[in-house]
Design a binder for this molecule. Structure first.
Ligand code: SF4
Ligand code: MG
Length: 324
């Protein structure tokens, strides 16, 4: 498989008046062409900040501190903002933002808003752009006549489809979807996920799907990264994560959602809350909530250990074995 993206040792911090919030703290992962990576974790774990880092839209007072983002062989962090905007953002990497439905401009028709992207980045005339808009709308299951609608005339699900059409307008090899279905009801959620799945197969694009809902990821992801308090604690193929989770946090997360197939298990929540990223605990950041915690966990950060080919876990339970 051909490598599309390689993120290594990415750190994105927020420089607040209270101190430095280490929102993304030494995160590494990679993605092949056509693959879907799910990034899961509770809110505030750094998954959205990871996404914003990839498209270089980290809001102030946040900034990328160090690391590499190699995309199609090029380090995106070495590009100037101007180069990034011209070459990469939307053309190569696009994003469906969280709560995106409300990001549509209320005073323009949805057709005009999609056309704008095409005119700006592809240099199309308005007429050429509108032809593409019709195709894009049909691709996401919306009648072309809706191009003349204003956002308030559309349902939440339809607005989200419009945002997907916009993200796909320039056929980028990588689309990042941040909680793309969160504000929608369950039936519409399923429709949107099926649409993303279908488009991903047809267009052979790669997707990074960011969500707090592991069951959504199960349906579409080839690989899964579990984030906790700014770090990836477990990473592997989807089947590793679902059928052989090794990190105590992943195990707890999986128990807290109804299983995909089979009977719905009792919802088991992990007691406690994630640490404040201004002052994360030394050692393993999950230690205050972990039922397997050992002395070393509170002192030293656990290394990433490959527990089976392609399956990585950051936990002293596994690292111990290779000691001495
Ligand atoms: Fe629990 Fe220790 Fe593993 Fe952290 S390193 S998850 S505290 S066992
Ligand atoms: Mg978020």
């Amino acid at each position: 498989a051909e490598k599309l993206l390689e993120v290594s040792h990415l750190k994105t911090y927020f420089y607040t008046t209270k101190g430095i919030v280490r929102a993304v703290d030494d995160v590494s992962f990679e993605l092949n062409k056509g693959e879907v990576l799910g990034i899961a974790g509770e809110s505030g774990c750094g998954k959205s900040t990871t996404a914003y880092s990839l498209i270089r839209l980290v809001p102030p007072p946040g900034r990328i501190v160090s690391g590499e983002i190699i995309f199609e062989g090029e380090n995106l962090l070495k590009l100037s903002e101007d180069e990034f905007r011209k070459k990469i953002r939307w053309k190569k990497i696009s994003m469906i933002f969280q709560g995106a439905m409300n990001a549509l401009n209320p005073v323009f028709t949805v057709g005009d808003q999609i056309a704008e992207v095409l005119m700006l980045h592809k240099g199309l005339t308005k007429k050429e752009a509108m032809e593409e808009v019709y195709k894009l709308l049909e691709m996401v299951g919306i009648n072309r006549r809706r191009a003349r609608s204003y956002p308030h005339e559309l349902s939440g699900g339809m607005k989200q489809r419009v945002m997907i059409a916009m993200a796909l307008a320039l056929q980028p090899p990588l689309v990042i979807a941040d909680e793309p279905t969160t504000a929608l009801d369950v039936v519409v959620q399923a429709q949107i996920m099926n649409l993303l799945k279908k488009l991903q197969r047809e267009q052979k694009m790669s997707i990074i799907l960011i969500t707090h809902d592991l069951s959504l990821i199960a349906e579409i992801a080839d690989k899964v990264a579990i984030m906790y308090a700014g770090k990836i604690v477990e990473y592997g193929k989807a089947e590793h994560i679902y059928y052989n989770p090794q990190h105590p946090y992943t195990q707890g997360l999986l128990k807290s959602i109804p299983r995909i197939r089979g009977e719905i298990s009792k919802l088991e929540w992990i007691p406690g809350t994630p640490p404040d990223l201004l002052t994360p605990p030394p050692g393993c950041r999950f230690a205050p909530r972990c039922k397997y915690v050992m002395d070393i966990c509170r002192k030293e950060e656990p290394p990433m250990v490959e527990v089976e080919p392609g399956h990585y876990v950051s936990c002293w339970l596994y690292a111990k074995k290779s000691e001495g």
